[in-house]
Structures are given as structure tokens and as C-alpha cells.
Design a protein around this ligand. Structure first.
Ligand SMILES: Nc1ncnc2c1ncn2[C@@H]1O[C@H](COP(=O)(O)OP(=O)(O)OP(=O)(O)O)[C@@H](O)[C@H]1O
Length: 228
């Protein structure tokens, strides 16, 4: 593989089997992502976007084909090895934020750094909260924060382990227009600063237009792959 590519998806298919039936959700997907790029994955509901993101991020396994993340072929790894790759190289942002409800904003941001046994974790988490404008909400629990504020915490958490690649699944999907715009700006700002590769699943064409490449899925295949 090229040293330049942080992600290679090679002829990947995914079939879900349940109750004796098989549902083919992705068919022969093939693309490479150079390090540092920003890419949107778009397409109609049910076209396989979230499934593809899960395979690329090592959250799920392909039925056929290979995913190579940061030069490591994911298909041969066991669960612990996959978890280590995710913790060391990957950041996530989800539509429903997925913060831990029993931890404060500060503690949520500290988790990935603590898992990596890093130093000065509290100070660095506070710096990240300051960057997303939430210094004064550090001790608040997710339930005490608005949706936009929760997504700010999750942005701070996603960047806390200095990921090589960041996967965002509909990061603005649960937010109103104005909040969505602010989160979008913050996401690209933090991303520029960190030089992270960014892959965003979204229906939002305005958000997709901020990336440099748009891969459009249709019924589990790539319909178009455009550089914008
Ligand atoms: N665990 C599963 N078992 C069976 N079918 C599944 C599973 N996960 C997803 N699917 C099916 O796979 C197809 C693709 O789902 P996926 O969530 O990847 O699509 P999507 O493009 O992200 O859709 P949306 O935009 O609505 O989130 C859908 O038909 C879905 O029902």
C-alpha cells in the first residue's frame, strides 16, 4: 500500500445474516484515503454509510475484502488488538454524542488519555474544553448540557488522543441549524489545527461541501467519488 494512504478499503462487502436470511448491505467497495484528507460519505438512508464507517473504524468486520488502517490489516486482528488500534489511532464523533452519563464533561474528555496512560491528563482535558468554549462547564454531567454543548464535549474527547483519523457519523444530525453551523466550524477548525484525516458520514450537503472529496453510496455500492 502507499505510505501516503491512512485508509485503504479493498473490495469490501458486508452481509448481515439473521433468521436464515442474508442481507447484502455493501458490495465490492474500493477506495483509498490519503493522510490528512477530509472526506464526506453521503447517500440515501439505508445505503450503507454507517456500516461502511464501522468497518473502516474497526468497530465491525467485513464479510469479504480488506480494510487497512494506518498500514495494519484489520481483518486478521482479534478484539483486543482492534480496541488498541481504535484507542491509539482513531477518534469518533456520533450523532447522539455517546458521552458517558455518569462522568462529568472533564472526565469524559480525560477517558481516552487515561486509557493511554498519558501524563497531565486533567490539564490537557481542561485545555481542550477551553478550546471548545466549555471551561465553565467542566464539572457538569451530560444531562446538564444542551445537545450542542454535549457535541462540543465529544469533539474535545475525539481530539484528546491526537487521532490519526477521525470518524464522524452525522455529527450535526441532532442539532438545530445555528448550533449545527457552530459545531461544523469547530470541527473543521480543530481538524485543521491537528492535521487529522477526517471522514464524515452525513446527509447534510452543506457539511459535505466543506470536505475535499465526496463519496456517494447507493444501495451498498459507490455511485460517485468526486473531488470538490
Ligand atoms: N446489525 C444489522 N443487522 C441487519 N441489518 C442491518 C444491521 N445494521 C444495518 N443493517 C441494514 O443495513 C442497511 C444499511 O444500514 P446503514 O445504517 O449502514 O445505512 P445508512 O446509509 O447509514 O442509513 P441512515 O442514513 O438511515 O443512517 C440497512 O438496510 C440496515 O437495515
Amino acid at each position: 500500500m502507499s505510505a501516503e494512504n491512512i485508509l485503504e478499503v479493498q473490495n469490501v462487502s458486508k452481509t448481515y445474516k439473521s433468521a436464515g436470511t442474508a442481507l447484502r448491505v455493501l458490495s465490492n467497495i474500493d477506495f483509498s484515503i490519503p493522510r490528512g484528507s477530509t472526506v464526506a460519505i453521503t447517500g440515501p438512508s439505508g445505503s450503507g454509510k454507517t456500516t461502511l464507517l464501522g468497518l473502516c473504524a474497526g468497530l465491525d468486520r467485513a464479510s469479504a475484502g480488506s480494510v487497512i488502517l494506518n498500514k495494519v490489516k484489520l481483518d486478521q486482528l482479534n478484539e483486543n488488538e482492534l480496541a488498541a488500534i481504535r484507542n491509539n489511532h482513531v477518534g469518533f464523533i456520533f450523532q447522539n454524542f455517546q458521552l458517558m452519563p455518569t462522568l462529568t464533561a472533564l472526565e469524559n474528555v480525560m477517558v481516552p488519555m487515561e486509557l493511554r496512560r498519558e501524563k497531565n491528563v486533567t490539564q490537557r482535558a481542561m485545555e481542550l474544553l477551553a478550546k471548545v468554549g466549555l471551561s465553565d462547564r467542566a464539572q457538569h454531567y451530560p444531562i446538564q448540557l444542551s445537545g450542542g454543548e454535549q457535541q462540543r464535549v465529544s469533539l474535545a474527547r475525539a481530539f484528546s488522543n491526537k487521532p490519526d483519523i477521525l470518524f464522524a457519523d452525522e455529527p450535526t444530525g441532532n442539532l438545530d441549524g445555528e448550533t449545527s453551523e457552530k459545531i461544523q466550524q469547530l470541527l473543521f477548525e480543530l481538524n485543521r489545527e491537528a492535521g487529522t484525516t477526517l471522514i464524515i458520514v452525513t446527509h447534510d450537503l452543506e457539511l459535505a461541501a466543506h470536505t475535499s472529496r465526496i463519496i456517494k453510496l447507493k444501495a451498498g455500492t459507490i455511485q460517485s467519488d468526486l473531488y470538490v
